[in-house]
Write a protein that binds this ligand. Structure first.
Ligand code: ADP
Ligand code: MG
Length: 240
């Protein structure tokens, strides 16, 4: 499980996370919503140790993320992250993009890595794109490739940061369907999203962030049906 305890994080004088507390259980899907600049992305990058924190504690299955003794490569293998912007290697085929980390980071042999990559690419519906270059894929296909690439490391947890925000509207659905499939399979996920329908249908809990504070968290019915916090109410009426 992921435990976030009283986490504070600043960039210079700017306080970006102001005492975040959140525990995500195995198999749980938590969506994080909130306005731009509220600290959502920073939370995700702190969880997998891409960013340092000022105080508080984040533990993943009991391992303290921000501890000098923690092997961050090993931790990141357990916690996959997919970002809004596609970051494929353009000179590598789809298959080679997906086998790269298992081979380089895990030291896996080519045939084993390819077997896993093919399985994950089929899983996200890209079984016919193995030898294609990323530049020839649609945005939705690129994001599904990025998801397959993360899954090829056999993560226990997945963090998604607005993975559909850069997509043309007609491509959003195929990526959300992929996330929903992972959720249905029991993957533990934290999804930062602007897709309120997705947050409502797929998450067990929805967290609303406002100016570095988790202003409200609860089941989708509560957050969308009867939000208690005035800022949550304001945000939701602005996105509807
Ligand atoms: P969100 O994802 O909710 O839009 P972010 O976590 O990206 O918010 O950013 C929160 C605040 O921190 C913003 O004001 C942003 O400009 C600032 N910020 C984010 N990353 C950095 C950074 N690496 N250096 C300085 N400021 C940053
Ligand atoms: Mg963000």
């Amino acid at each position: 499980m992921i435990e976030i305890e009283n986490v504070h994080k600043s960039f210079g004088a700017l306080k970006v996370l102001k005492g975040i507390n959140l525990t995500v259980e195995r198999g749980e899907v938590v969506s994080v919503i909130g306005g731009s600049g509220s600290g959502k992305s920073t939370l995700l990058t702190c969880i997998n140790g891409l960013e340092a924190i000022d105080s508080g504690r984040i533990t993943i299955d009991g391992t303290v993320v921000h501890d000098r003794k923690t092997d961050l490569n090993r931790l990141r293998q357990k916690v996959g992250i997919v970002f809004q912007q596609f970051n494929a290697f353009p000179h590598l085929t789809v298959l080679d993009n997906v086998t790269l980390a298992p081979r380089k980071v895990l030291g896996m042999g080519r045939s084993e890595a390819e077997e896993i990559a093919v399985r994950q690419l089929k899983h996200v519906g890209l079984g016919d794109k193995l030898t294609t270059y990323p530049g020839r894929l649609s945005g939705g296909q690129q994001q599904r490739m990025a998801i397959a690439r993360a899954l090829a490391m056999s993560p226990k947890y997945m963090l998604f940061d607005e993975v559909t925000s850069a997509l043309d509207p007609q491509l959003v659905g195929e990526v959300l369907d992929t996330l929903k499939m992972l959720a249905d399979e029991g993957m533990t996920m934290i999804c930062v999203t602007h897709e309120m329908g997705f947050a409502r249908d797929v998450s067990r809990r929805v967290a609303f962030f406002h100016q570095g504070v988790m202003a409200e968290i609860g089941p989708p019915d509560q957050i969308f049906g009867a939000p208690q916090d005035p800022e949550t109410q304001k945000f939701l009426s602005s996105v509807r």
